[in-house]
Design a binder for this molecule. Structure first.
Ligand code: ADP
Ligand code: 5GP
Length: 190
């Protein structure tokens, strides 16, 4: 059986990755093929987030234990927390010929590409740095210190944009959603 496709979405914090993924996964043709893999993280749960749906929220100790036990396809410290992609869920789905979506940072993406060089990479960005700042601030999920850290790291993340197969500029949400849907459907051959 033909293995499924891995879609990797990266981009600076606040560029709209989560929003866009939620939107495209509502499309019937995409929903029946692609599942977003739930990552493990040590960061605090935000208001409105649910364990097992948005992330598996774990302690540092549990994360490091899982890492040592080979639980992750890739695992990185992003900003001040650990994040990792569970290996088994991804491999089992691919083996069945089903497709997966990973919403992970640029360093994690590089590691996944070493194992799955055919993964389809998509970088989500905002039209300008001030848009990114405004969105991150208006989301209201981070402290001032964390917002500053995320914006500082955004600059180096943006340098990786050129290494991605597709770039989606999340200007108008409906337009960016359509663009992402078109990319995915084209890659799926749907
Ligand atoms: P990320 O997952 O990349 O960190 P989010 O999806 O959480 O980013 O989006 C960051 C903030 O920007 C959220 O408050 C979201 O509602 C908002 N947002 C996302 N896309 C747009 C858009 N096209 N225009 C305006 N605001 C947006
Ligand atoms: P947030 O805390 O805003 O949910 O995510 C912060 C960053 O961590 C984002 O760039 C997001 O894509 C990334 N991220 C989320 N899950 C994973 C993962 O499993 N692995 C890696 N490497 N990055 C992740």
């Amino acid at each position: 059986m033909k293995s499924g496709i891995i879609f990797i979405i990266s981009g600076p914090s606040g560029s709209g990755k989560t929003t866009l993924c939620e939107k495209v996964l509502k499309d019937t043709n995409i929903k029946k093929k692609i599942a977003k893999m739930v990552s493990v993280t040590t960061r605090q749960k935000r208001e409105g987030e649910k364990c097992c749906r948005d992330y598996f929220f774990v302690s540092n100790k549990m994360f490091l234990y899982k890492k040592r036990s080979g639980h992750f396809l890739e695992a990185k410290k992003v900003f001040d927390n650990y994040y990792g992609t569970p290996k088994r869920a991804v491999k089992e789905r691919l083996k069945k010929g089903k497709d997966v979506l990973l919403c992970i940072d640029v360093k994690g993406a590089k590691d996944v590409l070493k194992v799955f060089p055919a993964a389809v990479t998509i970088f989500v960005n905002t039209p300008s740095f001030s848009d990114l700042k405004n969105r991150l601030v208006s989301r209201g999920s981070e402290s001032k210190k964390t917002t500053e850290l995320r914006l500082k790291i955004a600059k180096s993340e943006m340098k990786e944009e050129k290494n991605y197969k597709y770039i989606v500029i999340n200007d108008k949400l409906s337009k960016a959603t359509k663009e992402l849907e078109e990319i995915m459907l084209a890659e799926l051959g749907a």
